[in-house]
Ligand binder design. Sequence first.
Ligand SMILES: [Zn+2]
Length: 139
Amino acid sequence: MKMRIQVVFERDDEPPIVDEIACLECETLTPDTLGLTLAEAKTVLTQLQDTLVKAQVAAFVTQQQICSHCGTPRRCKGRHQIVVRSLFGRLTLSSPRLYTCACQAADTRRSSSPLAELLSERTTPELRYLEAKWAALLP
Ligand SMILES: [Zn+2]
């Protein structure tokens, strides 16, 4: 028997998007095959994290590509990769550099990387918290 694990993204006015993140083989029940193995759990968690992060980054970048003042699409100057450390490992994200909209004052910056600015610490707060907690336990 196979077990498919899917993620369903539901948005307000769009049809749901289904992403399959894993397909597990369920073998005959023995003490060794009861539940998830460590490798299966890591695979499911990695795929889930990857799918969630891609969807979050895509939604944020799509939102940032529109000027918040006039609604005009901002042009992309280029892309670079940023690395963010999370509790579940390193995340490599593609961060676009967007030109500032022409409706903004000329003395402002000409381009910016909204994703790189949002994730400026390159570490998630949960990981920082646990690192500080573990460090405090060391003699
Ligand atoms: Zn604008």
